[in-house]
Design a protein around this ligand. Sequence first.
Ligand code: FE2
Ligand code: FE2
Length: 146
Amino acid sequence: MLIDKQDLPIVAMDFMNEVHYEDVDIINTLFELVLAYDKNPNEENFDAINIQYEKWYAHTVNHFEGEETKMLELNFPPYAMHKGEHDKALERMNEIYQEWVKSKNVFILKIYLIEELPAWLIQHIQTMDTITAMFFSTGSMSCHAH
Ligand SMILES: [Fe+2]
Ligand SMILES: [Fe+2]
């Protein structure tokens, strides 16, 4: 397992927590497929990674759009900042994918999935998503009720 669900920060909106758990399931499966290819780099294992990666990308587009739609509905003031982190993350996912497909160098995926992605995800949930969910649930960005 790459990411333990228990390590994910819980935010104040259940719909967001649910999507984050789904995300972790998809990522953990992807990581297993990466390890399988590392052991046995054949066409079938290559394709399996790509199908799962594309599933993850599509899920992430929906994950981010779900948060962005609600931010716009409720006029979340730092919308652009939160969306900026989403856009950068999607760009990075896509860049890694292109490099991997072109080179078939599984090291690219391993480094990204081990060294970069979990830290990014936890950091993003701890900051942007936490503040955003707090705003969704209370209409305020402060953790203290006034
Ligand atoms: Fe999120
Ligand atoms: Fe987010």
